[in-house]
Design a protein around this ligand. Structure first.
Ligand code: DGJ
Length: 551
């Protein structure tokens, strides 16, 4: 079914503009590498200005156009390098790579950072930056990656218990010994990263833990946990929630709407009490770990979230993870964490992105479904939500999953090829109202048309050139306003008509349509389109057009 999406070779399918863009990018990468070698770059930071946030890298806003490798790749250099080959061929700029606690601390206090060096060196070799994922106490709501010596010593590192006293596969968030061990090792990891990367700054951010929470129970039911659960909710949490009433997530606002201002967990949070309790204990644990790491090397840090999908109960998803129900508990419990970041496998990408885009939480998508129609959401992340990064999960499927993997990869490659040269421009236009994303099927019945208001004077009528097909992907792109009469139109699967909105209804007079790309902030034209080609049309592969309209 998917075979027809394949074309004979990747390079033969690339438009000329993209080939030129590749050369220019290579030059750009070289220049960046020279700057990095001279040791002038500063540590990446998440710079916040009111409700705006930018990831600053080498002194400029940086958008992560990345991808995540499979969980076990870091234990095999060949596999890891092949996965990075995929990202490099897409023109991605960043790779997300897991680092395993069990690998770096084989016996207590003895560290082996070879897997970290492998990840960083492989990224450098591929011209990629890297986000490292700390698989510490938590991995998908369990404790699979803690070292063997911890797994074998549950007296010192107790696991959470379920309601019938059953022992779970998750270390208890109340275990001070586990928390201190995790914090100590994470600190050592950050110290090591600083020692190998202070000059080049290949490592951009850290993901602290992976989808923390507890699976198969809504909270820890150990005696110690029961005692805390029956006691009063800590004042620090109540004060935070009360002081941030205007910005609470909708489910939290609903939970608290009839709640007393104080009381035990059940009195304050009602049926959400076990999830809120888990979120509070886990967020504080993670905060301690992140704080210890930042003391050594203060990279931006985020926590990823296994989302609630459909009708489920906490414990089906890792209870206590930063779901929309308890996101505000995390904000109170883990102030050192810069972002709570949704792993979006769920078709309602837009809805989830809306929930995780707040003045106190810029959108970062550490994992998205590696599915052809998710490629479009890169435009959505950067354009609709001013997001700082987008990463499909398991990108090595391109080389390991035969035709299906290759076909999915083509779709991401097509999108990434045009987005990469535009990233500095897009970053500079975020929060200005000059990015106008196009997305097929955003609202019901919008499979054929979208109308976009560009300026006071101009609108864009977008016609999708084919019906939305989940296998092929959906039409998507962006119209970027460079000036009131000057636009970049990028994407695939749609035509655009510029319309005057003042005076009699009519099409705007077009001065020129050019195909090309950007080199830094310089437009590089590859072809001027006129005569039979005088259309703003981006039908079947991603293209960058520049359209000038009469003043
Ligand atoms: C989400 C996790 O965070 C990843 O590590 C991986 O397990 C994926 N799920 C698999 O779909």
């Amino acid at each position: 079914m998917i075979n027809h999406l394949r074309s004979p070779s990747v390079s033969s399918r690339l438009p000329r503009a993209t080939a030129i863009a590749s050369t220019l990018l290579a030059l750009f990468a070289l220049t960046t590498a020279c700057v990095a070698k001279s040791g002038t770059s500063s540590i990446p930071t998440l710079e916040k200005n009111g409700a705006q946030a930018h990831l600053m890298v080498d002194g400029a806003p940086y958008l992560i156009l990345g991808g995540q490798v499979h969980n076990s790749d870091t234990s095999n250099p060949e596999v890891l390098n092949k996965a990075m080959d995929v990202l490099a061929s897409w023109q991605a700029n960043t790779v997300e790579v897991p680092i395993y606690w069990e690998a770096i601390e084989p016996s207590p206090g003895h560290y082996d950072f070879s897997s970290v060096d492998l990840a960083v060196n492989a990224a450098r070799k591929h011209g990629l930056r890297v986000v490292l994922l700390w698989f510490g106490t938590w991995k998908n709501g369990e404790s699979q990656y803690v070292p063997d010596w911890m797994k074998e010593d549950q007296a010192i590192y107790p696991h959470a218990k379920g309601p019938r006293g059953e022992v779970t596969t998750t270390i208890s968030p109340l275990s001070t010994a586990a928390m201190e061990a995790d914090a100590r090792t994470f600190a050592a990891l950050m110290r090591h990263i600083k020692s190998i990367d202070e000059t080049q700054r290949t490592v951009l951010m850290m993901q602290v833990e992976n989808e923390p929470g507890i699976v198969n129970t809504d909270r820890d039911y150990s005696d110690a946990a029961n005692k805390q659960f029956d006691a009063a909710v800590p004042g620090a949490l109540l004060t935070y929630l009360d002081g941030h009433r205007q910005q609470l997530s909708a489910p939290m606002a609903a939970t608290l709407s009839h709640a007393p201002k104080s009381g035990n967990w059940t009195q304050v949070f009602g049926e959400k009490a076990p999830e809120a309790f888990s979120a509070w204990t886990i967020s504080q644990y993670v905060n301690t770990v992140a704080e210890a790491g930042k003391r050594e090397y203060a990279l931006p840090m985020y926590v990823n979230v296994w989302l609630i999908e459909g009708v489920e109960r906490p414990g089906r998803w890792p209870s206590g993870g930063a779901t929309v129900n308890v996101l505000d508990v995390w904000k109170a419990g883990a102030p050192v964490i810069d972002m709570l970041a949704p792993d979006i496998y769920y078709p309602k990408f837009y809805d989830v992105a809306s929930q995780y885009t707040r003045p106190d939480n810029p959108l970062y998508v550490p994992e998205a479904n590696f599915n052809p129609y998710f490629a479009a959401f890169a435009f959505t992340t950067f354009g609709n939500f001013n997001g700082i990064g987008f990463n499909p999960f398991g990108i090595d499927d391109v080389v390991t999953k035969g035709d299906i993997g290759a076909a999915i990869g083509m779709r991401f490659q097509d999108t990434y090829n045009v987005l990469r040269p535009l990233l500095p421009l897009i970053a500079s236009k975020q929060y200005t109202g000059k990015l106008h994303p196009v997305l097929q099927g955003l609202a019901n019945g919008e499979d054929w048309k979208q109308s976009v208001r560009l300026t006071d004077r101009l609108a864009a009528n977008v016609d999708f050139t084919a019906q939305f097909d989940p296998v092929k992907g959906r039409a998507a792109g962006m119209i970027i306003e460079l000036a009131p009469d000057d636009f970049v139109v990028v994407g695939t699967g749609f035509d655009v008509t510029f319309r005057e909105m003042q005076g009699p209804l009519r099409d705007a007079e077009l001065i020129s349509i050019e195909e090309g790309t950007f080199q830094g902030d310089q437009w590089v034209r590859t072809q001027r389109l006129n005569g039979d080609e005088r259309h703003v049309s981006l039908p079947d592969h991603s293209t960058i057009l520049r359209v000038r309209v009469a003043k």
